[in-house]
Design a protein around this ligand. Structure first.
Ligand code: MSP
Length: 732
């Protein structure tokens, strides 16, 4: 192991919503980086966690009818559970409600207060609750960042003297000492800085869900204050390492972070507030709060920054779904669990993926690889990218099933068949004599060997620049090259020949393909940790984790693949996925409001009146007594026209309907047969909930629910709409 250390962080995620694939994206990138740096032999630390304080969380908990801590515990656990399911290798999971964090944040606040960088003032301004920030707009106007209406807040507040750091921050960013990538984000931060910095309000007294301002500052204020949630949250990157505690050995080893990954919307918090807090910790800046802070020469800030500021902040773009940023408030999220549940069962031998944890975990790890690959291959890092289930399946089939998986399977199957599962001995020689096909395959084999080193020199730097999509494109090019080489060599034909030269070429072609697979597998390992473990074992090379830990994947040498190596147990790696899986995932995406995962009893809302089976009604999650408009917006109700209605044999209460939704037709089973004849239903315009998870009844799938009004088991009256209401239009 080298002396180099590598510390990577993700933002800590708000617990007002369950994780979706936007959160998974950042976590996956961090995991890929951590795995890569571990295999480079660097001592690596990877931190993630949850951001649990602030008004937003307090309000979400109140809406769910539970205490904020109960709410935070449940949602935070759903993040941790998901990362476990996905095989994420974080070293720590920090929660801002943990006592280790709270104490260290108070220590940070007290230090800055003592240094004269925090003082008490009165402030009136417009506050955006969603972004947890004061914004510069007039009363009643909306937030320039997110468009939501702001609230007027007048508070006695503690202020941080942010304005003192304008010049030092510009210098540090312009000199590259604090690297911000991509370039567009760096420019955005610089232009914001050059526009001038106002002091920052860093406490709140209008609500209490936060870390209390510590003494002696607390006694100076008339009211009780909690620390501003962004100061609380940003500090996680050092509190997790033991900053401000009796054991700060991790802090001394790993801080400053090598890279802090963020979504592009929170770049300013990370590139202005965060480094300013850290610069203010410099004891040489100490002053009385009534005085102006001393002006230090740039070199002094630079020396402090070397020890205290993150080396780089890197922003990625947004995952878009149906054209807009995937987010809870827009109600257009895709849950990672959907992908795990849908793709998992495709895993051929799940127990191989996770011998220790069993088949279910194997399913999850397999599916997690699929999502990892898609996100990194599909989206140029730094840019926004669209997610769709169709694109996921298309990419999976093209690159993983037909590309990498197929190459591994066919090569190894031929080695098993023609060489009794032992890697054959090549004879790389250029001279093909009079036979042009032989000359061609020998030239191709030799070119692959000659290029073996150069490919690695070309591909590895792409990773270092976070150009994951180009990196993976190069790996796929390598796979196609080996595929083409196999097709040109046609080992299955050579195997039928008794010619000595053909026998040699048969061995060479399979050896060279095995080398290509070995190289592709090493390249893919940080991105596809589980599939590559399997391929490596099938190649007879043992544990890829061990190879990674021993630094053997950093740079492969041709000579390290020994002829005679016995292959491991063979099996498919990535079986083809059926296109129908996309519909399955769409159907599985029935929204789950955070309230439905909170177990504390709440007043049950009146059951939604739906003309469906009692069984289905019973399956409705218990709703809190009031729901937010965002929660309501998750229920997709559309106008539909009944195209087909028929009885189901041996089911007295059920009707099978096919409804027309404009751009699609769906089958819905409905328990209204006692009250409606099929004939009177056909042609009616009704209202259908279209985003419920599908249910099976009497062996048939039901993809939605009709709306109807009824009283205690009485006749359900179908909710209808006038004929001019367009089919497919949404009810809001
Ligand atoms: N709690 C703050 C961060 C504090 S860090 C000291 C916060 N949390 S968040 O839950 O809103 O999510 C933050 C991060 O999740 C984003 O910066 C991004 O990394 C990731 N994403 C959330 N939605 C996303 C997309 N739709 N697309 C890509 N990433 C997304 O902000």
């Amino acid at each position: 192991m080298s002396d180099r250390t590598f510390y990577v962080t993700t933002p800590i995620y708000y617990v007002n919503a369950r994780p979706h694939i936007g959160h998974a994206y950042t976590t996956i990138v961090a995991d890929v980086l951590a795995r890569r740096h571990r295999l480079l032999g660097e001592k690596t630390y990877f931190l993630t966690g949850t951001d649990e304080h602030g008004q937003k969380i307090e309000r979400s908990a109140a809406a769910a009818g539970v205490a904020p801590q109960t709410f935070a515990d449940q949602v935070s656990r759903s993040f941790e559970d998901l990362w476990r399911r996905m095989g994420i290798t974080h070293n720590d999971f920090i929660r801002t409600t943990s006592s280790r964090h709270k104490e260290a944040v108070q220590h940070l606040f007290a230090t800055l207060y003592e240094r004269g960088f925090i003082e008490l003032r009165t402030y009136t301004g417009q506050y955006c609750v969603s972004d947890e920030a004061f914004v510069e707009v007039g009363p009643g106007e909306s937030c320039p960042e997110c468009g939501r209406i702001t609230e007027t807040l007048s508070e006695e507040n503690f202020f941080f003297k942010l304005s003192a750091f304008q010049r030092p921050l510009i210098d540090l960013i312009e000199s590259g000492q604090l690297a911000i990538t991509p370039e567009t984000r760096r420019n955005e931060v610089l232009s914001f800085l050059k526009g001038g910095l106002k002091d920052l309000s860093i406490s709140r007294s209008s609500f209490s869900w936060g870390i209390p301002v510590p003494e002696p500052a607390a006694s100076a204020a008339a009211q009780k204050h909690v620390i501003y949630v962004w100061m609380d949250a940003l500090a996680n990157y050092i509190t997790a390492l033991g900053y401000g505690s009796s054991d700060d050995s991790l802090f001394r080893t790993f801080w400053p972070a090598n890279v802090q990954l963020v979504g592009k919307e929170i770049i300013r918090f990370h590139c202005i507030y965060w480094p300013a807090f850290l610069l203010a910790l410099n004891p040489r800046l100490q002053h009385k709060s009534s005085e102006e802070p001393p002006v230090l020469p740039a070199e002094e800030h630079s020396a402090w920054a070397r020890e205290w500021l993150p080396k780089a902040v890197t922003a990625h773009g947004w995952l878009l779904f149906e054209e807009s940023k995937m987010s809870k408030s827009r109600g257009n999220i895709v849950r990672t669990e959907t992908i795990l549940d849908a793709f998992g069962p495709l895993c051929p031998q799940p127990e191989m993926e996770s011998a220790a944890l069993g088949a279910q975990h194997g399913h999850d790890l397999f599916a997690s690889d699929v999502l990892r690959y898609f996100l990194l291959r599909e989206i140029p890092f730094g840019q926004d990218g669209s997610f769709s289930f169709d694109a996921l399946i298309t990419r999976y089939n093209a690159d993983l099933a037909n590309g990498y998986g197929n190459l591994v399977s066919r090569t190894l199957a031929m080695i098993a068949q023609y060489f009794e599962g032992s890697i054959p001995s090549p004879s790389l020689e250029r001279n093909g004599g009079q036979d042009p096909a032989r000359t061609e395959r020998r030239a191709m084999a030799e070119a692959i060997r000659d290029d073996f080193q150069a490919i690695q020199e070309r591909v590895h730097p792409l990773f270092g620049r976070y150009a994951f999509h180009e990196y993976l494109l190069e790996v796929m090019r390598l796979i196609s090259r080996i595929d083409n080489f196999l097709s040109a060599s046609a080992p299955w034909k050579l195997a039928k020949s008794s010619d000595e030269e053909d026998r040699k070429d048969l061995a060479t072609s399979l050896f060279v393909s095995a080398q290509g697979i070995r190289l592709a597998t090493a390249f893919l390992h940080p991105v596809l940790p589980f599939a590559t473990a399997r391929a490596w074992a099938q190649l007879g090379l043992g544990s890829i984790e061990d190879a990674a830990a021993q630094g053997e994947l950093k740079l492969l040498h041709w000579a390290d693949l020994k002829p005679g190596t016995q292959l491991g147990v063979l099996g498919a790696i990535f079986p083809r996925a059926n296109k129908g899986l996309a519909q399955k995932m769409t159907d599985m995406e029935s929204p789950i409001a955070p309230a439905s995962i909170v177990s504390t009893p709440v007043e049950p809302a009146p059951a939604p009146v739906a003309a469906n089976t009692a069984e289905q009604a019973a399956a409705q999650p218990t709703a809190p007594s009031s729901i937010s408009i965002d929660d309501f917006a998750k229920i997709e109700m559309r106008v539909a026209q009944i195209a087909v209605a028929e009885r189901i044999p041996k089911a007295d209460k059920l009707l099978r309907l096919v409804v027309d939704l404009g751009n699609e037709r769906r089958q819905i089973l409905s328990g209204i047969a006692e009250w409606y004849t099929p004939e009177e239903l056909i042609g009616r315009r009704i209202i259908v909930i279209t985003n419920l998870a599908p249910r099976k009844m009497r062996g048939l799938e039901s993809y939605g629910m009709l709306l109807a009004a009824s009283q205690d088991g009485g006749k359900p009256y179908l909710a209808t709409v006038p004929d001019e209401a367009p089919i497919g239009s949404r009810l809001k």
